[in-house]
Write a protein that binds this ligand. Structure first.
Ligand SMILES: Cc1cc2nc3c(=O)[nH]c(=O)nc-3n(C[C@H](O)[C@H](O)[C@H](O)COP(=O)(O)O)c2cc1C
Length: 185
């Protein structure tokens, strides 16, 4: 039987992290719609990240990169740093094989200190994954501290947006599963 894999990429250097929490909320919701193996990669916790090329990536880092490259769905989340994704997040993405994510569904999440940089998803993250020819989901989610309390989303509009994102993710995973099954048959 084919198994789906969802891999979260958490780009924050903070603990606890609101963007990491958002990954957990999103994965839990997606799993209500479709069964899949989940893995979340906390980039800041990876050893030996300071490599200049993929050839130099070993052990834990290589394993994490490969998991992303083989995922059926990527859930990418970053805090806004200076109007963009965190530098750590970009460095991890820089190490991915540029051929590996063609057609892979990607859900985009971000958190910021204010709404000033709410378009980080549209102007920074979406073009980054377009470079890979990934299938970025139409709905992304940007939240600030005002939209969350005790690790939960409190803003109804943000909740509705998450629902839409989850529906799109489940639909994309359902299509991946069907494709895997017909390939295996
Ligand atoms: C180095 C640094 C730069 C930041 N730059 C911005 C910024 O440009 N715009 C913004 O809205 N928030 C900015 N913030 C605030 C974070 O985006 C915000 O606190 C976010 O929710 C943190 O997410 P996390 O808990 O997952 O780390 C910055 C925070 C740090 C530490």
């Amino acid at each position: 039987m084919s198994t789906l894999s969802i891999v979260g990429i958490a780009g924050s250097l903070s603990t606890p992290s609101s963007s990491r929490r958002l990954i957990d909320l999103t994965l839990a919701r997606i799993n209500r719609g479709i069964a899949a193996d989940n893995r979340v990669i906390d980039i800041a916790a990876l050893g030996s990240l300071a490599v200049h090329s993929r050839d130099a990536a070993g052990g834990e880092l290589e394993d994490a990169l490969r998991a992303v490259e083989e995922a059926d769905l990527i859930v990418a989340a970053t805090p806004v740093y200076k109007g963009s994704y965190s530098g750590l997040f970009k460095h991890f993405v820089d190490l991915l094989d540029y051929r590996s994510l063609v057609g892979t569904p990607v859900a985009l999440l971000a958190t910021g200190g204010s709404e000033r940089h709410a378009l980080v998803i549209e102007h920074q993250l979406r073009p980054l994954f377009a470079v890979f020819q990934a299938q970025v989901l139409g709905t992304g989610l940007f939240l600030t501290g005002k939209d969350m309390a005790d690790g939960r989303i409190t803003d109804p509009a943000a909740e509705a947006r998450l629902d839409r994102l989850v529906d799109e993710a489940v639909e994309a995973l359902t299509a991946r599963l069907a494709a895997k099954r017909s390939k295996a048959a």
